[in-house]
Design a protein around this ligand. Structure first.
Ligand SMILES: [Zn+2]
Length: 84
């Protein structure tokens, strides 16, 4: 099995639904574990960025997060998907 066809099962950070994804291309979001927010939505961006870890997001949650980000004047998450 070549690397491009490897898939993982994991829980979406946003909705906790388990979904399968390619770890190399899954849309993900940096989340500060203390505030459970993306670092750029916290009051101390620098400290939150240092703590943050990438969490996978399912496609429907990417759409929800992007709506919130755009409402806050932030650029949307760009998913690196090769299919739908
Ligand atoms: Zn989700």
């Amino acid at each position: 099995m070549d690397r491009a066809s490897e898939f993982a099962l994991g829980a979406c950070f946003g909705c906790a639904n388990v979904f399968d994804f390619n770890p190399d291309t899954v849309p993900s979001i940096l989340i500060d574990p203390e505030t459970t927010l993306p670092p750029d939505l916290t009051n101390d961006v620098e400290a939150a960025t240092a703590r943050a870890q990438r969490q996978p997001l399912c496609p429907s949650c990417v759409a929800k997060v992007n709506a919130k980000r755009e409402a806050a004047g932030l650029p949307p998450i760009r998913a690196l998907t090769t299919g739908s």
